[in-house]
Design a protein around this ligand. Sequence first.
Ligand code: FRU
Length: 488
Amino acid sequence: MNTKDEQLRAAAAAEIKKHEEKVQSDPYRLSFHHMPPVGLLNDPNGLVHWNGEYHVFYQWMPFKPGHGEKFWGHYISKDLVNWRHERIALTPSEWYDKDGCYSGSAIVHNEQLYLFYTGNVFNEKGEQEEYQCLATSSDGLYFEKEGPIIHVPEGYTSNFRDPKVWKGEGRWYLAVGAQNNDEQGKVLLYRSTDLLDWELLGPIAGSNENRLGDFGFMWECPDFFRLEEQDILIVSPQGLQQDGMKYNNTYQSGYFAGQLREEEASFEHGTFCELDRGFEFYAPQTFLDNKDRRILYGWMGVPDQNEPSHPTVVNQWIHALTIPRVLEWTEGQLIQQPVSELEEMREAVLLHSEITISNDQKAVRGVGGKPVELRIEIEEVEDQLALEIFHYASFSYKRRDGILTLSRPQLEDKSKTEFRQTVLKEELKELRIFIDHSSLEIFVNGGKEVFTSRIFPQPEDEDILFTSLGNSTFSIEKWKLSGYRTQL
Ligand code: FRU
C-alpha cells in the first residue's frame, strides 16, 4: 500500500458521498444491474467464483462520468442476487498503472486470488505504454500488486491489453488483445508454468490471420474457453465496417468457434458471430462457476458511441453491466440464457393465456411497469407482431422474412429513430424480456438471439402495447421484479 493508493481511495469515497443523493434519486437508476456508485463503469473484469462467492470486478472511473484513469471496482455475492459493493480492488497508484488499471481476468491458485490486468501509462512524452500486471490476494478483498509480468513484444504497438488467463494441461495460458505495427488487431497467446514468467507462443487469431482478411485495427478483451468440444474465442474487434444488419455499433463483440492447439499456437476457426444485436453491448467476459456453468457478463455500453448523450451523465454516473447469462453450445451456435438465480427476484405474477390481436394495437391488462420480466409464448404470428415499450422502444417481428427489429429515438437527437436488426432463422416461438428502469434485454427463442440496450423513456411511462398485422396469438407471463439487494 502506498500513499497515492490511500489518497485515491479517500478521493473516490468522497466522490461517492458528494454525489450520492443525485445518483440515488435518478429515475434511470437501475435496480438489477451493476452500476457504478458514481462516475463511469465499463468492462466486467476478474469474474470468478471462489470460496462460495461470486466476484464481479469492473472498470471504474469514480471522478467523472467519462473515461480516464480506471480503478477496479468490486461487487461480491453468494447467489448473484444479493450483492455487496466492496472495497476498491485496484487503484492507479504505481508508475506502471498510473493512468489506469485496465481490464483483465482472475484465477484461483494455491488458495490465492490472482488478478491479471493491464497497467496503462502515458509517459512524459505523452506516449501510451501498456504492461500486463499481476496482483494477488489471500482474502479476496486486499490485493498486493506484483508489478508488470509481460511487456509489449517486438513488432507490436502499445495497444496491448486485457489479459485472460486459464489453465491448460499442466500449464497456464494467457491471451491478450494486441495491435501489430501494421495496425492489425490480434490475439497473442502466452504460456507459463509459474504465472510469473510468460513465453510468447504467437498470434493465434486476428485481422489477416487464419484466412480472415482485414478484420479491424485492434482486438480488445479476448476470452477463451471450451464448451461441448468447441473452443470459443470471444473478442471485441475495433474497426469493422458496417455490413448490412451486421456491425452497426461503433465497435463489435462476438465469437469464433474452432479448435485451439495451444502448443502449436494455432486456432482453426469459423466465421465471426456477433453475440448481441442491440445498441449497447461490449467487452463481455466469462467464467466457470462451481456448478460448471459458463457465465457471461457484458458491459451495457460501447466505447465512443454517444456516451456524453446518455441522460444519466447530468446525475454524475453512466453505464451498467448486463445481467449474468449462462452460455451453451447448441446446434452450432452459442446461446445465452439468464441465470436461473434471477428468478429469486420475481414477485407478483400475472398470467394471460391465448391473447389474440387482429390488425390492432392493444395494451394487455397489467402487463407493464418496471422493473419487470416478461415471458411471451408465441402461438401464431400471421404477418407482424410488435411490442412498444413505454412509448420509447419498439421490438418487432416480421414473419415473412424473419426480421427482428429494435428501434428507439437516437440518444443525441431524439427526433430521429435508430434501429438494429437481425434475421431469425426459424419461426419466433418465445421472448424473454428483462426491463429495468433504463435497460432492455430481449432473449429470443431460448437465447438464440439477444438484443441488449439502454432505454431512456419518460420515467412515469409504464405502458407496453402490442400491435399485430394479421392475427397474432400468444400468452404472457409477467413478473414484477424486486431487483438486486445491494449493500453499498
Ligand atoms: C474495453 C477497454 C479495454 C481496456 C478498458 C479500459 O472497453 O477499452 O480494452 O482495458 O476498456 O477501461
